[in-house]
Design a protein around this ligand. Structure first.
Ligand code: UT7
Length: 331
């Protein structure tokens, strides 16, 4: 028996956001809200929004390019794209992104798990590596999420933004820094209506009400479930890793609301400052938020090689997940 255990190891990281900044003051000038309300309830100060004509695939391609460069590679065996806002209902956006990156005829597909999408995509990519189907996988999470947000809805427009992040996973050993260690994933379809675009799918193809083509969210119920599920999923992933909550140096949670991140840290008994926060700059970018936060944290020196990192998310589905890793040296 081999002394090493095959694992998926994070070897590259990149992200991108659109140039257009929308501040709270800009939103307050066109709807019944205020900078004070948005900041105190969510921690968000501004978000990035795609211009018409920019799609998820454009952000995904740029984030993917940066992650490949960071890993120092120009070829992978598969691409997994997490998104809620594909370029088209059909086909998936992943193959077009692979083509634009010059990755050839590799398997490329989309994963739809809304705000948990990056963790689900990581798990399927790690599965491809565990099976030996792939030795190197590009995992991208990208959203032009504001394209499904009603610009006049004050319960969602201040919350969401656009962006993309990507990582390269390579076959390596579980003892290596960067190896994905303990995963936990879950879902509860009984909560499907918490975050939903009512019309435009096969269930309700058309609607006379244009607002039904935009996302609706039952924010308060999502908040409560997010805290409970992110904390319990984190505990499960930590237990699989053999870590205690106090072993975690950096909690990089889905960036939905600073109050959720603090509450999850508190549930786990972690000091609030171990929870990385960049929701103030980007709002909630759904699937993209964790890899975007990782890149932000790494480039600002808040993630350093050897840090024990816990990632966790909750989102539409409902879906949730968590995974652990020791931060690799990406320089
Ligand atoms: O990414 C997937 C996961 N998503 C999330 O995790 C989002 C989770 N939910 C949240 O972050 C919070 O629930 C929100 C930020 C969305 C809302 O904050 P809240 O503290 O739960 O507010 P609420 O929905 O309970 O609304 C409180 C009040 C209401 O007025 P009344 O009924 O108390 O008079 C709302 O009508 O705030 C009002 N309100 C607003 N006021 C000013 C709702 N949106 C706004 C707004 N500006 N933008």
């Amino acid at each position: 028996m081999s002394a090493t255990t095959r694992a998926a190891v994070l070897t590259g990281l990149g992200s991108t956001v659109p140039d257009q900044v929308v501040t709270n003051a800009m939103l307050a000038s066109r709807m019944d809200t205020s900078d004070e309300w948005i900041r105190s309830r969510t921690g968000i100060r501004e978000r990035r929004v795609v211009e018409p004509g920019t799609a998820t695939g454009d952000l995904a391609t740029e984030a993917g390019r940066r992650a490949l460069k960071s890993a120092g590679v120009d070829a992978v065996d598969a691409l997994v794209l997490a998104t809620t806002t594909p370029d088209h209902t059909c086909p998936a956006t992943g193959p077009a992104v692979a083509d634009r990156l010059g990755l050839g005829t590799i398997p490329a597909y989309d994963v739809a798990a809304v705000c948990s999408g990056f963790l689900y995509a990581l798990a399927t990519a790690a599965g491809l590596i565990a099976l030996g189907t792939a030795d190197r996988v590009l995992v991208v999470a990208a959203e032009a999420f504001t394209t499904i947000i009603d610009p006049a809805d004050r319960t969602t427009a201040p919350i969401f933004g656009d962006g993309a992040g990507a990582v390269v996973l390579e076959a390596g050993d579980a003892a290596q820094r960067g190896a994905l260690l303990g995963f936990d994933l879950g879902s509860d379809g009984a909560l499907a209506d918490l975050i939903i675009v009512p019309a435009g799918g096969s269930r309700r193809r058309t609607s006379a009400d244009p607002a039904e083509y935009f996302m609706k969210m039952r924010g308060r119920t999502v908040f409560t479930n997010a805290v409970l599920r992110m904390a319990s999923s984190s505990r499960a992933a930590l237990a699989r890793t053999g870590w205690k909550p106090g072993d975690v140096d950096r909690l990089v949670g889905h960036q939905a609301n600073v109050r959720i991140l603090r509450a999850v840290a508190e549930e786990l008994g972690l000091p609030a400052e171990r929870a990385f926060v960049d929701v103030d700059k980007y709002g909630n970018t759904a699937a993209a938020s964790i890899p975007l936060a990782l890149d932000d944290a790494a480039s600002s020196g808040l993630l350093t090689a050897g840090d024990r990192v816990l990632l966790t998310a909750f989102g539409g589905g409902a879906s949730w997940g968590a995974v652990t890793l020791e931060w690799p040296d990406l320089s």
